[in-house]
Design a protein around this ligand. Structure first.
Ligand code: ADP
Ligand code: MG
Length: 348
């Protein structure tokens, strides 16, 4: 068998796992004395498989994977602490979009070299967000190769409350959490796509350290019908939800919430960042109109803005799946709508 890492390094593969990823280990006999949320993992890192408890009665596992590759999902030289945060955050965001409560995750990582300083910072960022959401590292794989991080996260959800993409109904409001567009703005400025004389660096954390909307996802159980997290661009992601639900949508393009920084830019750039941007990790969800008051109360409770940005309409063979309307309630031309609908696709 080929050794994944050359053992000429002072640290080898198993030292890396022990030093940076192995944290606590629980045997069944010790289970009673540890906090409830950590009892989900019966056997963690160190064996051929991890052992994970079944979900509480009536609930099921929600399982999701996301992979981050250097040069494709993040720039070379990205701060390792932020990267550790982000690679779990994007997975937790998928759990949030399903209304699931995080439980545990698996980490597979390939590293070009063993750099203890980098690994220390990366694992600190990773463990901090994992602890915040009580999500335990189960195990994984560590190998040599181009920098690539793949995580599979496990959560619990009652299947009837899962915010599946296919559950949107005609007449539902379309809502969006927080603000979108800043991550795209930062990316464009960093890469020199746009030379803007604005303090875009203030928004760096929107690209580097997204917040998974876990509490929102849990709060929407029973209130929302369908949800998706905005990772590849608002309209493109909404389109996935609409297709899965066999419905269409009207979206008020200029009511999509964004930062003051974006509001002061040209309408063209603002729309590009908010409607097509990507990397936002906000939740876009649909809910019956009757639930408006309850959703507004949830927003206050979470200190998170929730904005209605459109409505679900019946599908039509003659009309496009998404109609965009401007602030004067005029329809945007179809070619412009199609332009904003092109969300990120790795192969196009
Ligand atoms: P195997 O060869 O049996 O697949 P490995 O030697 O790859 O096991 O890994 C040893 C143990 O370390 C396993 O329990 C595995 O889950 C864990 N592990 C490996 N890499 C990581 C990682 N990056 N993070 C957490 N646990 C890891
Ligand atoms: Mg292995």
């Amino acid at each position: 068998m080929i050794m994944p890492f050359e053992e000429t390094d002072s640290l080898g593969e198993f030292d890396v796992i022990r030093r940076f990823f192995y944290r606590h280990q629980f045997t069944p006999s010790k289970l009673k004395s540890i906090p409830k949320h950590t009892q989900d993992v019966i056997l963690g890192i160190g064996d051929d498989c991890a052992l994970l408890s079944p979900p509480p009665t009536g609930e099921v596992f929600a399982i999701t994977s996301d992979m981050l590759i250097e040069g494709r999902h993040f720039l070379k030289g990205t701060n390792p602490t932020l990267l550790g945060h982000k690679c779990l955050a994007v997975n937790l965001s998928d759990l949030a979009a399903m209304g699931a409560k995080p439980v545990a995750y698996n980490l597979s990582i390939s590293l070009p070299e063993i750099n203890p300083t980098w690994l220390e910072q990366f694992s600190n960022g990773l463990h901090a967000i994992a602890d915040h959401y009580h999500c335990q590292l189960l195990g994984g794989d560590t190998t040599a190769g181009p920098l690539c991080i793949s995580i599979t996260a496990f959560g619990h959800v009652f299947p009837k409350q899962a915010l599946s993409r296919h559950l949107a109904q005609v007449g539902d409001d379309i809502w969006l959490s927080g603000e979108v567009g800043d991550a795209r703005l930062v990316l464009g400025c960093r890469c020199g796509e746009w030379q803007l004389d604005i303090p875009w660096q203030e928004k760096s954390s929107r690209m580097d350290a997204p917040t998974p909307r876990i509490e929102l996802g849990l709060g929407l159980r029973g209130l929302a019908h369908a949800a998706i997290d905005v990772s590849d661009g608002l309209l493109g992601d909404l389109k996935h939800l609409l297709k899965a639900s066999h419905v269409g949508a009207k979206v008020w393009a200029d009511e999509v919430p964004c930062s003051d920084l974006l509001k002061n830019l040209s309408m063209e750039l603002r729309r590009l960042c908010t409607l097509r941007g990507g990397d936002d990790y906000e939740l876009c969800f649909t809910a019956p109109q009757n639930n408006r008051a309850l959703i507004n109360t949830l927003a206050e409770h979470l200190h998170l803005s929730l904005t209605r940005i459109g409505e679900i309409v019946a599908p039509s063979d003659s009309a496009p799946i998404i109609e965009l309307w401007d602030q004067d309630r005029h329809r945007l031309p179809e070619d412009l709508t199609q332009h904003y609908l092109k969300s990120f696709d790795h192969f196009q």
